[in-house]
Ligand binder design. Structure first.
Ligand SMILES: Nc1ncnc2c1ncn2[C@@H]1O[C@H](COP(=O)(O)OP(=O)(O)OP(=O)(O)O)[C@@H](O)[C@H]1O
Ligand SMILES: [Mg+2]
Length: 447
């Protein structure tokens, strides 16, 4: 059941409950009123007729055909009581009852039935009548609530009609008010569906209701973050493909330029040895081959180092970082660098170790390219199953609010977040750069 119908149902049930309680109280009240009013009228009438009957007892028997010495017809306005005079044979001689036309506004049976319970508690009284000590009949006074019921019904009906109108109006007003208030929900569902179908540009308008307006703000921020992170991912994967291709191209070129050349040189020297006439010229060619092979070994080592830092496997992270830093310092001799490494890096996941190495490497590359720094501090600490890294330089810094074209920093952040870690960049123009990284040692699914 939708919200509009649900709200209307709750209101309907509540109002019905109120109406029923109100009606029960009104009817109970009406019954009490009728009972009190009729009882007091009955007592008064009984007393008055008592007095009259006593007065008649001592009088001469008048010759009356109609037997109407009480003139009960004149009492037709006493509507709460039926006063009847019966002769000794039980025939009705006089009464205050008048024939009433059938009322169109007669109360319904259920109303009469509830009111009729009143009469059960009001008993009729019967008085024998004597004139000149001769029994001539009896006077019967019976409470009659029919007029009272009609009056009460008129009043109750008015209240019930008013309550029904109120009930109807409240329901209609609530239905339309809720419809208007909930209209933005259709917009929200439409925007979510668009997002689900891949339209990341889908946004919500501002709504007037503060609760819905904050939903629209949060939705728009979420959609924007989603859109930019998906765009970043696309750029990143394109960049990765580009880097891979560049790397392959460089390797192919280096193999061709360096190794190819040197192999040609070895080939020529070997041919020279084969055709050597003297031992000296053979020795000279052999020495040349030796030099070329040494050079080739260096080249292969550098290429392998670039592809995968062998120090990391052979000596561990500690030594590999020291080697990385010292090689970097050879190329940047004017910079002072403090490297602090502490903790135990043995038995840590290979992906984690290579990440720490690559993160420091990217920071050093950026510092060499942009920072113009004089002092660098690198701290790598293993503690409580976490690796904490701080890389700080005192160089130019930069405005990090401007979107950079490069992918070094974005890649670092992605790498750290991919390992469920935290990445923080602190920088401002002329205030150097500080990168703070926290990596958990236990990678999901591994120990
Ligand atoms: N240590 C630093 N000092 C000063 N500026 C820096 C530093 N590190 C990064 N930057 C600035 O941040 C920008 C983004 O760096 P990032 O490493 O993301 O990209 P890049 O180095 O330009 O390109 P790539 O790393 O993809 O080759 C750089 O262009 C540079 O302006
Ligand atoms: Mg970079």
């Amino acid at each position: 059941m939708n919200l509009k119908l649900r709200l209307n149902l709750i209101i309907t049930v509540t109002l019905l409950l109120v109406i029923v309680i109100g009606a029960v109280l009104t009817i109970k009240n009406a019954r009490n009123n009728i009972q009190a009013e009729i009882a007091s009228t009955a007592i008064l009438a009984v007393h008055m007729f008592d007095a009259e009957i006593s007065a008649l007892r001592g009088q001469e028997l008048p010759i009356l055909k109609s037997g109407s010495f009480f003139h009960l017809r004149d009492l037709k306005n006493v509507r709460h009581l039926k006063i009847d005079f019966f002769d000794t044979s039980g025939n009705l001689q006089d009464s205050n009852r008048v024939k009433t036309s059938v009322h169109t506004n007669d109360p319904p049976d259920w109303f009469i039935n509830t009111m009729d319970t009143v009469t059960g508690t009001l008993l009729s009284t019967s008085q024998p009548v004597f004139i000149a000590n001769q029994h001539i009949g009896k006077l019967v006074i019976t409470p009659d609530i029919s007029y009272e019921i009609i009056e009460e019904w008129q009043e109750t009906k008015g209240i019930l009609v008013l309550l029904s109108i109120f009930f109807l109006v409240v329901n209609i007003v609530v239905y339309f008010a809720v419809s208007i208030a909930l209209r933005p929900i259709d917009n929200i569902i439409a925007a979510l569906t668009e997002l689900e179908h891949g339209n990341l540009a889908s946004r919500l308008p501002r709504f007037t209701l503060p609760e819905l307006s904050s939903i629209s703000d949060k939705f728009n921020i979420m959609a924007e973050t989603l859109q930019s992170s998906i765009e970043n991912n696309h750029h990143l994967s394109q960049q990765l493909i580009r880097l891979q291709e560049d790397e392959r191209k460089n390797l192919a070129q280096e193999l061709h330029d360096e190794i190819g050349q040197h192999l040609t040189a070895i080939h020529m020297d070997a041919s020279a040895i084969k055709g050597a006439k003297t031992i000296d010229s053979a020795q000279a060619s052999a020495t040349a081959i030796d030099a070329v092979v040494k050079r080739m070994m260096e080249i292969v080592h550098t290429m392998l180092q670039r592809l995968r830092p062998s120090d990391l496997d052979e000596l561990g992270l500690d030594a590999a970082l020291k080697e990385l830093v010292s090689t970097w310092l050879e190329r940047n001799p004017n910079v002072g660098l403090d490297l602090h490494i502490s903790g135990n890096f043995i038995n840590l996941d290979d992906a984690l170790l290579i990440s720490v190495y690559r993160l420091v490497q990217e920071c050093l590359t950026n510092i060499a390219r942009y920072a113009d720094a004089t002092r660098i501090t690198i701290s790598v600490k293993e503690e409580n199953q976490h690796i904490y890294m701080i890389i700080n330089d005192d160089g130019n810094g930069f405005d990090h609010t401007i979107q950079a074209k490069g992918f070094g920093l974005v890649g670092m952040k992605e790498r750290v977040e991919g390992l469920a870690g935290k990445f923080e960049l602190q920088t401002a123009i002329n205030e150097g750069v500080t990168i703070i990284i926290e990596l958990p040692c236990a990678i999901e699914g591994k120990q």
